[in-house]
Design a protein around this ligand. Structure first.
Ligand code: GDP
Length: 440
């Protein structure tokens, strides 16, 4: 996420390293680079200019009042301003209605259907919410099927009426169905077009008027940069929507949409999509995003993602197994699957402060565990529970079955043994000892 922008900003802010104070000259030099970095990331020209002007004023104004190094001061001001530009505080969604109705809008391919599913899943996991998905795309039967596939995946009911070509009627019937069947959130997925056109705008505004949703969300593909901002403006002029959903932030997004959209439409970004899987949804926190843009990572979100995947019951079982020396490859596989659910590797590494910079130039496979999983899948149940039986001939068989080499099997077995030892040590109160060791 935003690798290019992070790198360029880092370089720009580096100019001040070693300078004793912020001066008109060095601040101008730094901000010229900052502005260039923002423009390269597809940030709107006017916004980039205003941004650097504000930063300059603040930097020169605060310079004498602080004991921070000039480069630290500049990083702080840039971070604060980026946060402000992206919306200041995080904004939730309004779920006060009964049912609360959430209307999704956006162009075709923006990720509306996927996000509808993600949001339903997110709300369902909050336990107090029982969401219903409603399919209102009457032009593409495939779109209705797609929503059903998503619904099946997350175990959420989907209301649809194939053959009915009146989206307003379907939306109303969906809400009535929700009321009659105890659903307290209704998420309405609507038809998009490839570009903003009048018919689509009329249709979505008709639905909007007829159902008066608590929340109207505009979904936009962040990869489309300035176009995303222009589309947002067109939808907002008609719908006066409540919030923006930025999707596909897991790709090589340049960042322009995330940074510019709030100040152009004056509506908050509420959620982001960071992958194709149903779990790839995050609440948008401007200050955490600013941290990520500046390459400072986002440990808080990383921990939250881990917590979302944390299952107390499973954790207890695992603890027992470790204590009894029964931790096997099946457990290992489960752990890998949990990590994978947290997101793709590149994205996770980007959330660790400083890691993106350290890993620069190293190609990380999105599916970094592919080889390991193949090896474990080629083991017999006995080998998985009791790896010590894996002798030379078994290794050869496993290597053949998984398309790997005996060397790779040996490596995995070695890692596995080390990990088991370490887990045992952490359990036996060694955790504290280890933390102490790391601190020293
Ligand atoms: P819709 O036409 O607006 O309903 O868009 P879809 O939900 O069908 O999404 C279009 C494509 O984008 C699909 O292939 C999705 O899997 C993909 N997609 C949606 N959200 C994300 C995301 O956050 N990250 C990535 N990488 N792909 C996404």
């Amino acid at each position: 996420m935003f690798n290019n922008l992070s790198e360029k900003l880092d370089k720009a802010l580096h100019v001040l390293k070693g300078h004793g104070s912020i001066t008109e000259v060095n601040v101008a030099e730094t901000l010229k680079e900052v502005r260039r970095a923002l423009l390269d990331a597809d940030v709107n020209f006017k916004i980039a200019k205003e941004f650097t002007n504000t930063v300059k004023e603040k930097a020169l104004g605060q310079n004498v009042l602080t004991t921070l190094q000039p480069s630290q001061l500049m990083v702080k001001i840039v971070k604060d301003e980026l946060t402000e530009l992206m919306g200041g505080d995080a904004e939730g969604i309004d779920l006060s209605g009964d049912p609360s109705v959430i209307l999704m809008s956006g162009l075709q391919g923006s990720g509306k259907t996927t996000f509808s599913g993600k949001l339903a899943n997110y709300l369902k996991n909050k336990k107090t919410k029982k969401p219903l998905l409603v399919a209102c795309d009457v032009y593409r039967p495939a779109a209705i099927d797609q929503l059903h596939v998503v619904g099946d995946q997350i175990n959420v009911e989907v209301f649809s009426d194939k053959g009915n070509n009146d989206p307003v009627a379907i939306a109303k019937a969906g809400i009535a169905h929700a009321k009659a069947n105890g659903f307290n959130v209704v998420i309405i997925d609507t038809a998009g077009r490839l570009a903003v056109d009048e018919a689509m705008m009329t249709e979505i505004s008709n639905i909007h008027e007829a159902i008066e949703p608590q929340e109207t969300l505009f979904v936009v593909d962040s990869m489309t940069g300035q176009d995303a901002v222009n589309t947002a403006k067109a939808f907002n002029d008609i719908l006066n929507f409540d919030g923006v959903i930025l999707t596909k932030l897991d790709g090589d997004t340049r960042g322009g949409a995330a940074i510019s959209i709030k100040s152009v439409v004056d509506k908050p970004i509420k959620f982001i999509g960071t992958g194709e899987k149903m779990e790839a949804i995050d609440v948008f926190y401007p200050s955490r995003m600013a941290d990520r843009i500046l390459g400072m990572g986002d440990v808080v979100s990383l921990v939250e993602r881990a917590q979302d995947q944390y299952d107390e019951e499973e954790a207890r079982k695992l603890q027992k197994k470790i204590a009894k020396n029964q931790f096997g490859f099946d457990d290992f596989l489960k752990q890998i699957q949990q990590i994978k659910k947290m997101g793709n590797m590149k994205d996770l590494i980007g959330m660790i402060p400083g890691a993106s910079k350290m890993m620069k130039g190293i190609d990380i496979d999105d599916d970094a565990f592919k080889g390991i999983e193949a090896i474990i899948h080629s083991m017999t149940p006995e080998e998985r529970t009791n790896p010590s039986v894996i002798n030379a001939s078994r290794k050869k068989r496993i290597a053949k079955g998984s398309g790997t080499s005996v060397q790779e099997i040996n490596q995995l077995l070695k890692q596995f043994t080390q990990m088991s030892k370490m887990m045992k040590m952490m359990q036996g109160g060694g955790g504290k000892r280890m933390m102490q060791m790391m601190k020293n």
